[in-house]
Design a protein around this ligand. Sequence first.
Ligand code: F6R
Length: 615
Amino acid sequence: MCGVVGYTGRKQAVDFLLYGLETLEYRGYDSAGVAVLSAGQNLHLVKVAGRVAALRERVEAANLVGTTGIGHTRWATHGAPTDRNAHPHTSCDGRIAVVHNGIIENYEALRRQLMEQGHTFKSDTDTEVVAHLIEDAWAGPAKGDLAAAVRNACDRLEGAWALAVTCADVPGQLVVTRNGSPLVVASCEDGAYAASDVMPLAKVSSSCIQLDDHDIATLHQDGSIEIEDRDGRPVEHPKTLEVDWDASAATLGGYSDFMAKEIAEQPEAIRRLLKDRLGEHGVYLDELDMSGEELAVIDRIYIVACGTSYHVSLIARELFQDWAKVPVICEYASELNYKEPLVTEHTLCVIITQSGETADTLTAARRMRALGCKVFAITNVLGSSAARESDGTMYIQAGPEVCVASTKAYTAQMVASALLGLRIAAARGEMDAAEVGRHFASLEQVPALMEEVISRRWQDKQAAAVFRNARSSLFLGRGVNSTTAYEGALKLKEISYLHAEAYPAGEMKHGPIALLEPGFPVVAIVPADHVHDKTVSNIEESIARGATVVAVATDGDERVAKLCEHTLWIPTCPEEWIVPLVAIVHLQLLARYVARSRGCDVDKPRNLAKSVTVE
Ligand code: F6R
């Protein structure tokens, strides 16, 4: 959580700092701040509780001039989101400023020690100890060497961090380092840049450097970057990453919000993902880096994820078990981390994570690897920790997902999982080439089916009225579409703050039916499938108790249309497992319309952040 940026060079620092923070705002948005080193070698700070837009106003009013600076957008962990707790944090003498993403776990003990030594604290954050530790090291063992002072301070830290540090006594220099939290740097003709992820850097460079844990990078005004490892040895060949994300992909491009844009981008994302994936030998998935023999002896698959990505795992389980005849266990990463998984040398672990930085998922992956499993990551963000730490990585190529609520990553991850399922099934001799080709052809129809749903968004807009005065709602679906219900309910609650509960439709009578009363909104996913009539019975049971039902149904289903208040129509899908990819588009649109009608900020819902880098 939190976004970190830094710049030193020939240009005015605030230009990149503010642009970078706007691009990284999805990582946290309860407060923001910058520190800029002026020509007179003084640090000027501007910090505000609130969004980067508020920071921009204050920075522009303050007319900050200087070519070296750091910036931060925050998702509070320690200390309320106030001006005082906003980053950067400074040393007692105000000459060292620090921004931080992560958590300093031993900050209480360090703070006590530092206060006993006479340091004065100005905030309630864990981060501030870092500024004071650097101040001590700078004056003591590091003797004016900023990189050495940062290394010395980090040796005393426990937890996770990505840090950018500037010091008024070394103008034209910035020091950055990381341990467990992401950080990339880029060396350019007009200066050197640092950011929490590649998105802000896409505008300035086509390649960037990924720092390893404990690397310390010194960025110089001429654009050069020196990297040393934790023992102070130069890192001669740091990992570089080609940045092929189009910088404009992170802009609204005419849409009113990123959620609308990202919903609309789904068909194209899936076309991109499917391109050149099928050949005469079946599905190409070289990223998996496992031989046919290894795939044939897999004894079980763990799929580990959080939130929306966990919902993808539920669909993947159905496909893997059905197609590859291999037992699958889905686990929330945060749960698996406190259990003893049953793994053997033939167990495969698949992690699904859009950001590739979710702390719980990364911890689970490390554990599974330590237990001897191969770990395969399905992720979106280039060079993310998930990609770096796994045995194989499949990028879903959905482009930057900026809206905090995941939409295009959900469907692209589902398609990636289907490709993985087809590959494993074929390798195990459970599916012949003709069947693989038939399923692949079904996937190729998805973009057009989604486009059709998007063109019917007026149906979602009308149905949103049902939720106007609601305080709660129930989402029902069966089989693969119980997952569509879970995901639809999650979208609604996270962006509209309206409670939504999801249940497999048949389970309704075992408890949730007690919630129903006149006008209570029920969303039922009832496509033309082998459980259609059973779900229709659940709709009838709901209506008998006065519920107002919004159905997602297949074109031509007049029976459902007559029963329900609103019908969100989907075109006929080639196979039942394709429906979740198409039906969810209606529920994404519905959630957005409901949220907008309630005056909510759909892109940046309260209390949330896009990547949850704390456990
Ligand atoms: C919900 C949402 C979250 C994420 C979850 C995992 O719309 O976006 O539930 O799915 O935080 O994030 P990743 O996939 O980045 O690991």
